[in-house]
Design a protein around this ligand. Sequence first.
Ligand SMILES: Cc1cc2nc3c(=O)[nH]c(=O)nc-3n(C[C@H](O)[C@H](O)[C@H](O)COP(=O)(O)OP(=O)(O)OC[C@H]3O[C@@H](n4cnc5c(N)ncnc54)[C@H](O)[C@@H]3O)c2cc1C
Length: 381
Amino acid sequence: MTTLPPSRYNCPVETLDTIILGGGISGLGVAREVASAGYSTLVLEAGTCGNATSNNTLRIIHGGFRYLQNFDLPRVIKSLNDQSTLIHELPDAVQPLPCLMPLSRFGMKSRLPVTCAALLYSAIMRANGSPLASPHIVSPEKIHSTVKALRTNAPYGALCWYDGVMTDPGAVTTHLTNAITSTGGSIRERTPVQRIEGGNKSFTVHTASGERFTAKCVVNTLGPWLGSVQIPERLAGFRPRWCKGFNLVIKQQLDPTYGIGIQSADGRLFFCVPRGTGTAIGTWYLPHPDISVAPTVSEHEIAQFLHAFNASLPEAGITKHDIAHIDVGILPMDRTSPAGPQLIAHERIHECEGYIEVMSTKYTTFRSQGRRVAGVVQKVL
Ligand SMILES: Cc1cc2nc3c(=O)[nH]c(=O)nc-3n(C[C@H](O)[C@H](O)[C@H](O)COP(=O)(O)OP(=O)(O)OC[C@H]3O[C@@H](n4cnc5c(N)ncnc54)[C@H](O)[C@@H]3O)c2cc1C
């Protein structure tokens, strides 16, 4: 993304209402809500905004259809609302993406249960004013003639639904930073925070370069770096276990139009998303026990990924020479299962004496998360 001009690097001297640590999507989402409510707000970001985990996603803006399998209706509604708003607010950066998932002959992914889920989802979409088309079943014949990658993989047809895809993540970041600064908020990039002192609505935030800022409320949206800043012990919230997630971005376009969801034999879901002239395939999760180590992806892990993916979609026949790029990031996980680490399902918000920690697991819902955290800030102030 482009560097913010120096005029935005206001250096507030008085006690601020809120300091937000971390300028990923979570921090920017909170800062926009808090600044637009009229509170003095400063974001302190170690690097440049939106360039860490938030820049390594599969870029899907989920509509929440998949959460129906756990009957998690609040999460479906939250995702749908946030997706609709983003598509409406940023039509050039977030676009509808038709997606296909082959049906199975029996079980939860066969025609009858999937049709029932599609009807329920359509009703929720209509009730929540989603601008996207309703999900529907596509026949095997149509798939065979139109989607080369699924020619032999959808003998029972496929479900077609709409998600959103971020065609320009940098534009989403810029949209938020502009909204924050235009409502009086400040953003400091290249300003790593080292420690926080105080409590009871009176905090001093120390940066690595020796600067100090004071605020009544501090919001920690440091993502995987949540516990890396020194704070008084009594203020700390829940510390999760962590996993790394990675996507392989390959040079070939598996399909120019559709996102394609493929289930592997061990229950992992591979999602293939058109990206420019190639395809991003993800997300493969593995435990990442030592959070202080930056995540990398080994040759062995790439080989495991390709083996499982090619077994699930033999037509693709991807080799390591097809890989153009790897997106990798760290996320909080709940537990491990045969299908790999399972992420924490919902964001977690912890507040103590005006110090707030936010643990996020999805980019998609940054807007509703920002609103919820702003509500907590408002109560503190
Ligand atoms: C491979 C992968 C694929 C994904 N795909 C999707 C997807 O398709 N759709 C979806 O909705 N979600 C997806 N996610 C999840 C999504 O990326 C995250 O939930 C979201 O980006 C987390 O944002 P964040 O702001 O909490 O963290 P981050 O973006 O990591 O932000 C934290 C910020 O804190 C800054 N920081 C760190 N230390 C300090 C310090 N000491 N002082 C100041 N600043 C500091 C960092 O530089 C960083 O900018 C994916 C995640 C991964 C890893």
